[in-house]
Design a protein around this ligand. Structure first.
Ligand SMILES: [Zn+2]
Length: 69
Protein backbone atom coordinates (compact mmCIF):
# COMPACT_ATOMS: atom_id res chain seq x y z
CA UNK A 1 0.00 0.00 0.00
CA UNK A 2 1.11 3.51 -0.63
CA UNK A 3 1.64 6.08 2.05
CA UNK A 4 0.34 8.73 -0.30
CA UNK A 5 -2.87 9.96 1.28
CA UNK A 6 -5.68 10.62 -1.12
CA UNK A 7 -8.32 13.12 -0.07
CA UNK A 8 -11.62 11.56 0.95
CA UNK A 9 -14.63 12.14 -1.22
CA UNK A 10 -16.66 15.12 0.08
CA UNK A 11 -19.89 13.27 -0.56
CA UNK A 12 -21.14 10.63 1.89
CA UNK A 13 -20.42 7.72 -0.35
CA UNK A 14 -19.24 4.47 1.17
CA UNK A 15 -15.48 4.45 0.84
CA UNK A 16 -14.62 6.64 -2.11
CA UNK A 17 -11.50 8.70 -2.30
CA UNK A 18 -10.53 11.26 -4.87
CA UNK A 19 -7.82 10.22 -7.28
CA UNK A 20 -5.96 12.62 -9.56
CA UNK A 21 -6.10 12.27 -13.30
CA UNK A 22 -3.73 13.81 -15.76
CA UNK A 23 -4.52 15.11 -19.20
CA UNK A 24 -2.86 16.73 -22.13
CA UNK A 25 -3.33 20.35 -22.95
CA UNK A 26 -4.22 21.76 -26.32
CA UNK A 27 -0.57 22.28 -27.18
CA UNK A 28 0.58 18.82 -26.27
CA UNK A 29 1.85 19.80 -22.87
CA UNK A 30 0.89 17.46 -20.10
CA UNK A 31 -1.41 18.84 -17.47
CA UNK A 32 -0.91 17.04 -14.21
CA UNK A 33 -3.76 16.49 -11.84
CA UNK A 34 -6.22 18.22 -14.10
CA UNK A 35 -9.15 16.32 -12.71
CA UNK A 36 -10.04 14.49 -9.53
CA UNK A 37 -12.67 11.81 -9.49
CA UNK A 38 -14.20 9.62 -6.81
CA UNK A 39 -13.21 5.99 -6.93
CA UNK A 40 -16.77 4.94 -6.19
CA UNK A 41 -18.48 4.50 -9.58
CA UNK A 42 -21.88 4.92 -7.97
CA UNK A 43 -20.85 8.30 -6.65
CA UNK A 44 -19.21 9.87 -9.66
CA UNK A 45 -18.14 13.00 -7.84
CA UNK A 46 -15.52 14.82 -9.82
CA UNK A 47 -13.59 18.03 -9.95
CA UNK A 48 -12.09 19.31 -13.14
CA UNK A 49 -9.79 22.21 -13.71
CA UNK A 50 -10.15 23.82 -17.10
CA UNK A 51 -8.69 27.12 -18.20
CA UNK A 52 -8.09 28.08 -14.61
CA UNK A 53 -11.68 27.39 -13.61
CA UNK A 54 -12.84 24.63 -11.35
CA UNK A 55 -15.82 22.61 -12.46
CA UNK A 56 -17.52 20.58 -9.77
CA UNK A 57 -19.42 17.40 -10.33
CA UNK A 58 -19.78 17.60 -14.07
CA UNK A 59 -21.40 14.82 -15.96
CA UNK A 60 -18.86 12.12 -16.59
CA UNK A 61 -18.77 9.66 -19.42
CA UNK A 62 -17.76 6.21 -18.47
CA UNK A 63 -18.35 2.72 -19.72
CA UNK A 64 -18.57 3.78 -23.31
CA UNK A 65 -17.59 1.06 -25.70
CA UNK A 66 -17.29 3.18 -28.81
CA UNK A 67 -15.94 6.66 -28.96
CA UNK A 68 -17.63 9.56 -30.65
CA UNK A 69 -15.92 10.88 -33.68
ZN1 LIG B 1 -17.69 9.68 -3.68
Amino acid sequence: MSNFALPPCPTPCENGVLVPLSDFGGHGASVLYKAWVCTDPDCGYNIKIRNGEIHLNEEIHQGRISRDR
